[in-house]
Design a protein around this ligand. Structure first.
Ligand SMILES: Cc1cc2nc3c(=O)[nH]c(=O)nc-3n(C[C@H](O)[C@H](O)[C@H](O)COP(=O)(O)OP(=O)(O)OC[C@H]3O[C@@H](n4cnc5c(N)ncnc54)[C@H](O)[C@@H]3O)c2cc1C
Length: 319
C-alpha cells in the first residue's frame, strides 16, 4: 500500500499547492510506514519532487495531456494507483484537483473527503479534519473505507524539505481520446497575473467600486504589491470582473497572508471564502460594515481616496 499525490503544474511549473500536497502525502506515508509517490501529468515542473517528500515520482506525458481534461487525468491517475497499489490518493483542492478527485474516487470505488485542513489521525482508524459550514466549523471525519481520496485546502499544510531525490518511475497507462468524454476546442490563458489560489497577497473589491471602469485602482495597488486581484460575487455577476476572481462560498476559497478588501460589505457568504486569510485589512465608508468585525486592520474611508494613496506610498517605499 502506498500514498499517491497528484503534483499539478501550470505552464511547466509546479504549483506551490502541489508541494503542500506532497508534504502532506509524505507525512501520511511516514505515519503508515509506507511510500509516497508523486504523479504529474503533461508538462511538469523541473524540480525533483524528492525534496518535498516524494520517495518516487512518475510523469505521464503525450499529446492527450496537453490540455487539461479531468476524465483523462482521472483515468491516468487511477491506472497508476492500481499499478502501484495506492490506497490513499491526495490532491490539492485547486480547480483541477476539485474536478479530478470525484471522478477518480468513483473509478477507484474510494471514499472522498474534501476541504481537508489537517494531517489524518491514523491511530486506531483514519480520521481527518476538514472545514464545515463555510469555514464556520471544523469536522472530524472518520473514514472507514480502505481506499481514500483526500483534497487538501491550499495554504493549510506546511511545505516540508528533504535532502533526497525521488526515484523516477517509468510507467505506462492505457488512456485514449475515448476516455475524454469532452473535447477542448480552445483554451485562453491569462498571462502575467498572479494566480489567485497561489497568491500570498490579494487585493479584492466589491460593489463599492461602482463599476468595472474603476478597477484600475485595484490593479494598480495589486501591481505595486505583486498581489492577485479578487472580487465579491455581485461584481463578477455584473461582469465587472471575470468569474475566476469571485471569492466566497460559491467562489474560490483563499488563504493568503494578506487580504485587502475595498468596498466589500463582508457578507457571511463572502467571508466563507476569505476568513482564513492570515491578515485582513478592510476599507469601507460605512463604519458599521460587518467586514470590520472580521478585520485585523480597518480603514473607514473612501476606496477612491485610500487605494491610490496606498499605491503611491508603496511605490515610494519600493523606490
Ligand atoms: C447562496 C449565496 C451564495 C453567495 N455566495 C457569495 C460568494 O461566494 N461571494 C460573495 O462575495 N458573495 C456571495 N453572496 C452574496 C453576498 O450575500 C453579498 O450580497 C455580497 O457579498 C455583497 O457584495 P459586496 O460586498 O460587493 O456589495 P454590497 O453588499 O453592496 O457592499 C458594498 C460595500 O461597499 C461599501 N462602499 C460603498 N462605497 C464605497 C466607497 N466609495 N469606498 C469604500 N467602501 C464603499 C458599502 O458601505 C458596502 O459595505 C452569496 C449570496 C447567497 C445568497
Amino acid at each position: 500500500m502506498a500514498v499517491l499525490v497528484y503534483a499539478e503544474s501550470d505552464n511547466g511549473n509546479y504549483k506551490k499547492s502541489s508541494f503542500e500536497a506532497i508534504s502532506y502525502g509524505r507525512d501520511l506515508a511516514d505515519q503508515l510506514s509506507t511510500t509516497c509517490i508523486a504523479i504529474s501529468i503533461g508538462n511538469k515542473g523541473s524540480e525533483n519532487l524528492g525534496q518535498y517528500g516524494a520517495h518516487q515520482e512518475v510523469n505521464i506525458n503525450g499529446d492527450l495531456y496537453q490540455s487539461f481534461n479531468p476524465n483523462v487525468h482521472a483515468k491516468a491517475i487511477s491506472e497508476i494507483a492500481n499499478q502501484c497499489d495506492c490506497q490513499i490518493i491526495v490532491f490539492s483542492q485547486t480547480y483541477s484537483g476539485k474536478s479530478i478527485a470525484p471522478i477518480l474516487a468513483v473509478k477507484q470505488d474510494s471514499a472522498i473527503v474534501t476541504g481537508v485542513i489537517g494531517l489524518a489521525d491514523t491511530s486506531g482508524g483514519f480520521k481527518v479534519k476538514t472545514t464545515a459550514f463555510s469555514n464556520k466549523a471544523v469536522a472530524h471525519v472518520q473514514v472507514n473505507q480502505t481506499k481514500k481520496t483526500l483534497t487538501i485546502i491550499p495554504n493549510s499544510y506546511q511545505i516540508n524539505s528533504y535532502d533526497q531525490t525521488a526515484e523516477v518511475l517509468q510507467l505506462e497507462v492505457n488512456v485514449s481520446e475515448n476516455d475524454a468524454n469532452t473535447k477542448i476546442v480552445k483554451t485562453q490563458k491569462e498571462t502575467g497575473k498572479v494566480a489567485l489560489t497561489e497568491a500570498e497577497l490579494v487585493i479584492s473589491a466589491g460593489r463599492g467600486l461602482k463599476g468595472a471602469e474603476n478597477w484600475n485602482l485595484v490593479e494598480d495597488l495589486a501591481d505595486a504589491l505583486g498581489a492577485a486581484t479578487a472580487c465579491s460575487k455581485p461584481v463578477s455577476d455584473m461582469e465587472w470582473r471575470p468569474h475566476s476572481e469571485h471569492v466566497g462560498q460559491t467562489g474560490i476559497t483563499i488563504k493568503p497572508n494578506l487580504y485587502i478588501a475595498a468596498g466589500i460589505s463582508g457578507a457571511i457568504q463572502h467571508l466563507a471564502g476569505v476568513s482564513s486569510s492570515k491578515v485582513i485589512c478592510v476599507i469601507n465608508t460605512d463604519p458599521e460594515a460587518p467586514f470590520f468585525k472580521a478585520a485585523d486592520y480597518g480603514i473607514v474611508g473612501d476606496a477612491f481616496d485610500i487605494l491610490p494613496r496606498l499605491t503611491k506610498r508603496i511605490n515610494e517605499l519600493k523606490s
